[in-house]
Design a protein around this ligand. Sequence first.
Ligand code: XUL
Length: 573
Amino acid sequence: MSQAPLYIGFDLSTQQLKGLVVNSDLKVVYVSKFDFDADSRGFPIKKGVITNEAEHEVFAPVAMWLQALDGVLDGLRKQGLDFRQIKGISGAGQQHGSVYWGENAEVLLKSLDSSKSLEEQLDGAFSHPFSPNWQDSSTQAECDQFDEFLGSQEELALATGSKAHHRFTGPQILRFQHKYPDVYNKTLRISLVSSFLASLFLGRIAPFDISDVCGMNLWNIKMGAYDDKLLQLCAGPSGTEDLKRKLGPVFEDGGIHLGPIDRYYVERYGFSPDCTIIPATGDNPATILALPLRASDAMVSLGTSTTFLMSTPSYKPDPATHFFNHPTTPGLYMFMLCYKNGGLAREQIRDAINKKLGEEPLFPWANFDQVTLDTPPLGQKSDADPMKMGLFFPRPEIVPNLRAGQWRFNYHPADNSLRLTTEGWNEPLDEARAIVESQMLSLRLRSQGLTQSPGKGIPAQPRRVYLVGGGSKNKAIAEVAGEILGGSEGVYQLEIGDNACALGAAYKAVWAMERTPGQTFEDLIGKRWHEEEFVKKIAVGYQKGVFERYGQAVEGFKKMELEVLRQEGKIKA
Ligand code: XUL
């Protein structure tokens, strides 16, 4: 009897490695996790990373990930998975992190002994034992060089989809090359975390994924090639050809079959020798593959930080945003906004409200939600009232680039006047709605150029807004998200817990192995996805009148940000 095919999606994130097994109907049948802090042995890590505060470095031991991979596969075996059923493997890796392979990497990868663990045999395969993590901020000097090299941040964003960021791999490689010149010379290849994962399964170094390569500040998106000028900046004395060799080729097709699984896994775990390896992508690109996201749908991840993701045919780069190639569909791009502030900022106001009201509710967010819903949009009891708006950053923010702090304003749309004041504010109660509005207005301001009108007489807006992460449980946040961002079909909660990236990676493998010639990811997954099992409509979305009022508030919000940036000396008066 032939057995039904299964697919694994891995998620190699900061704090854990997860392996999630799905069948062709997209149902999850096994999950295995390896938590770095709880389950790894022999690494001095905290929350999955090592920190060198003196140099603002954050990095992870690569050998720990090898330990984790055997751990996750062992876990799946113990649960009874028959590895012979696995037809394809893909993955999601934390973005931007780099792995430095040594001169003998390919030999070691090819000659793995199935009686030994990966860690025992591959520990010596790396020229450098650590992988810089996306939380690293050691590369300010290198970022300045990147931003200047093409003329301006705008030019760099136009070429690579993003201005220079500390965590992006190009600035990281430049710093590495300066800090460890000998090690850099002895580095055979450089992988991203995603391609590192694929390499382990392939038994040779895998190419970068077409979407994840855009997180390096080295890939010229429009040209579909490495940017020679930026390579020149990054390469140092050994030259650009050498760096190009280290980085390796990139294939446009995100579903390309890289090759069969290495013999090691066949012998050690019982995989079928024709199990196929599919390029692993970044965790954010994988997240948009957790559902058949259509162009004009938006995903908002409301965790400790806030991330906004959209699939779009438009390429309109700006220093405040990110564009990546779409992980599966040529001609589409992934648009991303990445904020440092999110849940923590909301929690501070939640706690202040609970304190003020003098009672700790059973659900800690109950008061915050109630107050938010009871407050009129922008705190305006009548049209004559000013719009109350503010910025709430317990941590330094990147969008816009501002120090930690809190600023509150009153804005009159009639004469476009703005005043830094808390006059008329009932603190902290008015801040509940104001903080949610502030976060959503920022998303609307920066994504409005990418949305289209869903029908005659209806303003441009996303078709659906999907909320994921902890904040998606708050009814009030969903309501306000819909009022501000719109969503002609409504606001939905994506009920896949913290599995989005691994699920997206597994779906990528399903698509790559089962697509008919030319069939897009959206088409194949769309036909098999039963939305009632995965999403719940939690707010109406677009409401005529309210959406337009918030349109006026977006103008005030833009003015407010500029005003604060000016006050803080970030832009000229
Ligand atoms: C995105 C980013 C983070 C990591 C998290 O640019 O740095 O979202 O991908 O793993």
